[in-house]
Ligand binder design. Structure first.
Ligand code: 2M8
Ligand code: MG
Ligand code: MG
Length: 272
C-alpha cells in the first residue's frame, strides 16, 4: 500500500497545524512499512522541515500542488535520474514552470485586465503570518516558492473567470487550497501521484494499491488517481464532488478525520 495525503486540513489541523490525533496511525503505518507521501501546496522548504517532524524522511513528497517532487534514495533510478542528488540525498523534480515566469505573467495580466489580488511574492513575512498563523520561520519557508504562486483574491467571480481563461492560454492554471488560490503550470496533485506510481513500477515491477486523503478542491485530482479515497470533512464550504468507486467521507475534520478515514480503508483494503 502507498498512502498519498494532503497536509493542511487533512493530516494537519487547518488552524493549529497539529497532527497528534493521527500520530498513532503514522506509527502503525511506519511499522507496517507503508510509505506516507505528503501531497501538498506547501513548498520544498516547508516539507524538508515537516518530514523531519513527521518522521517521513524516507518517503517521497509532492510539493506546490505537483510542481515539485522530491525523491529519497530508495525512489531514485540509476538511468532515469540524471540530475544529481542534493547533499541531503534528495533528487528533486520540477516539472512545472518557474515561479518567476508565473509571477511576471500574473503581473502583466493583472495590469491588462484591471484585476484585484495580492500574490504571496509581494507580501511581507508579517502579512503571510497574519493570513496563515504560521511562525515567522514557517512563513519564510512558505514564501520560498519554486513552481507555483499563492494569491488572495480580492475581486469578483467574473474577474476570476477572466483570469482563469487568460492564464489557460499561457499554459497556466488556477487551483484552490484552504486559504489561497494557487497558480501553476500544467501540473496538479493527481499528475504527480501518477508520476510517482510509474516510478514505483519502473523500480519494483508492480503497482501497489493506493489510498488518497484530502479535504480541498485541489485534492480532487489526487483522490481520482488513487484506488481508495477519503474526503476529510472541512468547513471551507467548497463543493467536493467526486465520482469514485471507493470513496469514504469522514465525520471528523483534520487529523481526527484522517485517522477515521485511514481506519476505514485499512480494514477493507485488498491484500497488498
Ligand atoms: C498555502 O497552502 C494552503 C494549502 O491548502 C492554502 O492554500 O490554504 C501555502 O502557501 C502553503 O505553502 C502554506 O504552508 C499554507 C499555510 O496555511 O498556505
Ligand atoms: Mg487541505
Ligand atoms: Mg493542500
Amino acid at each position: 500500500l502507498l498512502v498519498f495525503t494532503d497536509l493542511d486540513g487533512s493530516l494537519l489541523d487547518h488552524h493549529s497545524y497539529d497532527w497528534q490525533p493521527a500520530a498513532p496511525w503514522l506509527e502503525r503505518l511506519a511499522a507496517a512499512g507503508v510509505p506516507v507521501i505528503p501531497t501538498t501546496s506547501k513548498t520544498r522548504a516547508e516539507l524538508l522541515a515537516l518530514r523531519r517532524e513527521l518522521a517521513l524522511e524516507h518517503t517521497p513528497f509532492i510539493a506546490e500542488n505537483g510542481a515539485v517532487i522530491g525523491l529519497p534514495p530508495a525512489w531514485q533510478h540509476a538511468r532515469l535520474d540524471r540530475d544529481p542528488a542534493s547533499p541531503k540525498g534528495l533528487v528533486v523534480k520540477t516539472p512545472s514552470l518557474d515561479v518567476d515566469f508565473i509571477r511576471r505573467r500574473l503581473d502583466v495580466v493583472r495590469e491588462r485586465l484591471g484585476l484585484r489580488f495580492r500574490r504571496m511574492g509581494e507580501m511581507t513575512v508579517e502579512e503571510v503570518r497574519e493570513l496563515t498563523a504560521l511562525s515567522a520561520e514557517g512563513a519564510r519557508q512558505a514564501m520560498a516558492r519554486e513552481g507555483s504562486e499563492p494569491l488572495v483574491w480580492e475581486d469578483d467571480d467574473t474577474q476570476l473567470q477572466r483570469l482563469r481563461e487568460t492564464l489557460h492560454s499561457d499554459g497556466l492554471q488556477l487551483t484552490r487550497g484552504g486559504r489561497f488560490w494557487h497558480v501553476m503550470g500544467a501540473v496538479d496533485k493527481g499528475h504527480a501521484v501518477r508520476w510517482l506510481l510509474a516510478r514505483f513500477e519502473a523500480l519494483r515491477g508492480h503497482r501497489p494499491p493506493t489510498l488518497g486523503l484530502g479535504d480541498g478542491p485541489n485534492d480532487l485530482t489526487l483522490l481520482a488517481a488513487t484506488d481508495m479515497a477519503v474526503i476529510i470533512r472541512a468547513d471551507h464550504g467548497q463543493p467536493m464532488s467526486l465520482t469514485h468507486a471507493r470513496l469514504y467521507r469522514t465525520q471528523a475534520p483534520g487529523p481526527q478525520g484522517w485517522a477515521e478515514g485511514l481506519a476505514h480503508w485499512w480494514e477493507r483494503q485488498a491484500p497488498a
